[in-house]
Design a protein around this ligand. Structure first.
Ligand code: 0O2
Length: 217
């Protein structure tokens, strides 16, 4: 079996069905890895770093829209080469330090290759958006070949996710042109989210230091 064939060799992936099968399989693989890490954490530290996980395949309409926006034709080859988030996983944590812990645990795994990291927690977007993004590839084992497959992983706290989902809805409602007053309000809310995340982390650390084993989550 040929090793490390990439999905970029588009002639190997001649249909939408074949392409989605590979991306779906990659999502299953990363989801299982995350469940294992979470279960192990629960057993060893009596604590779940992951609140919940959402995964999705980008819709064909969104893929085509993204390609068009960037001036590419809608071919399978272009989808694989230019759309990095066809397969996406969002990991929601309680605390900001969990985000980096999970990112490290994933990137340390031998069959996960980190291609790019965007840390919008350390460097928030002007909108106020905060989240940690990792573009990775992982091999998917098919009957006759191994396909390196891209997945976009977004890791954020519950509070960051709350903000991002409301901002996304507002952005959709105004078709990308959010009025200035709402924009300012969103930036203020984003600052409150950062403040809340910091305080909750500090509070949790203080409680943990008490060393009372009955205080497991
Ligand atoms: P959807 O519908 O969520 O999939 P790239 O994906 O690399 O081509 P970009 O913008 O350079 O494009 O990547 P980036 O900054 O890592 O953002 C990718 C995804 O992060 C977006 O996917 C959103 O899900 C999320 N995101 C980025 N910025 C914001 C923001 O200001 N507000 C909110 N709510 N989400 C954001 P898509 O494809 O844009 O949309």
């Amino acid at each position: 079996m040929e090793i490390n064939q990439t999905l970029n060799e588009y002639d190997e992936v001649d249909s939408w069905a074949a392409m989605t099968l590979v991306y779906k399989s990659a999502l299953k693989k990363i989801n299982t890895k995350l469940e294992i890490l979470n279960d192990e954490f629960q057993q060893v530290h009596r604590y779940n770093p992951i609140e919940h996980i959402k995964s999705r395949l980008k819709s064909p309409e969104s893929i085509v829209k993204k390609l068009r926006k960037n001036g590419h034709e809608s071919t399978i080859e272009n989808m694989v080469n230019y759309v990095n988030d066809i397969a996406g996983i969002r990991i929601i944590c309680s605390f900001t330090n969990d985000i980096y812990r999970i990112a490290d645990m994933l990137s340390d795994q031998e069959d996960i290759k980190v291609i790019e990291v965007k840390d919008y927690i350390k460097n928030p977007k002007p909108s106020g958006y905060k989240s940690f993004h990792m573009l990775v590839t992982t091999p998917v084992y098919l009957s006759d070949r191994i396909v390196e497959t891209k997945i976009e992983i977004q890791i954020r706290t519950v509070a960051m996710d709350f903000w991002a989902s409301l901002e996304h809805k507002i952005n959709y409602k105004f078709e990308g042109n959010i009025p200035e007053s709402f924009k300012n309000e969103l930036v203020e809310c984003a600052n409150m989210v950062s403040d809340l995340d910091e305080r909750m982390l500090r509070l949790n650390d203080e409680v943990q230091k008490l060393g009372n084993t009955n205080l497991s989550y």
